[in-house]
Design a protein around this ligand. Structure first.
Ligand code: ZN
Length: 238
């Protein structure tokens, strides 16, 4: 036969577990959402780089084509140089040549940058693809575990509630109602251990006489300041 105190401590553990199960209904779906968001983000990063690489490849081809066209134009102008007759014609042609050369030089700079970007993207894509696959595997494994946890909450809660009924049936009504009242007010913990000759919840000092009474453990004592149910534990009270 368990003492009232032992029953209360058992009850408190059950109530803590029930509270955790209740909280897990909130945080487990949040955790799942985060894992799904990570999967999506990794995939989007890979997709984004793939799309950019495709565009960069098109840009590269276009630039090469444009440069080739301008090179042909430049050659044509340079041939025209041979048959120049006047200074005015000469000046005009030189201006044309300079302008085409400048365009070619700009396009070549752009082409080099594009080629650089292509090679960076090609490396990144390999990385992003691996990261995405790994995130997918890891997170889906965790998602499966979390889903199982969510699915089992109902059974766990009813198990704990059955245990709770068994215990509360053995606790005298007035003690149980004190426990329930304090627990509601304190948001959980109602039975606390005496620590350094003080209440373990509000830390108000207890008189030596009260400590002695609590130590005896023959009945339930409550803290006169915070209402918590107090008990002595040889291992941790001193
Ligand atoms: Zn107290």
């Amino acid at each position: 036969m368990l003492s009232d105190l032992e029953l209360l401590l058992k009850l408190q553990v059950i109530d803590y577990d029930l509270g955790e199960l209740e909280r897990s209904k909130e945080y487990l779906p949040d955790m799942m959402e985060n894992l799904n968001r990570e999967i999506k983000a990794a995939q989007e990063k890979y997709d984004g780089a793939t799309a950019e690489l495709e565009q960069a490849g098109i840009n590269q081809k276009n630039l090469e084509l444009e440069i080739a066209t301008k090179e042909a134009e430049l050659q044509k102008f340079q041939q025209q140089m041979m048959s120049i007759k006047t200074n005015k014609e000469y000046d005009a042609l030189v201006a044309e040549i300079d302008s085409v050369k400048e365009i070619i030089s700009n396009k070549e700079t752009e082409l080099l940058e594009t080629i650089d970007r292509v090679s960076t993207l090609e490396k990144e894509i390999v990385e992003f693809e691996e990261k995405s696959a790994r995130t997918n595997d890891d997170n889906n494994r965790q998602l499966e575990i979390l889903q199982e946890k969510i699915d089992s909450i109902g059974d766990k809660v009813s198990g704990k509630e059955t245990e709770r009924k068994d215990i509360t049936a053995q606790i005298p009504r007035p003690i149980l109602s004190t426990y329930e009242r304090v627990r509601r007010g304190k948001g959980g913990t109602a039975v606390v251990v005496v620590k350094k000759r003080a209440c373990g919840a509000c830390y108000k000092a207890l008189t030596p006489r009260r400590v002695q009474e609590i130590k005896k453990g023959d009945r339930i004592h409550t803290c006169e300041y915070c209402g918590c149910l107090l008990f002595w534990d040889e291992a941790t009270s001193n």
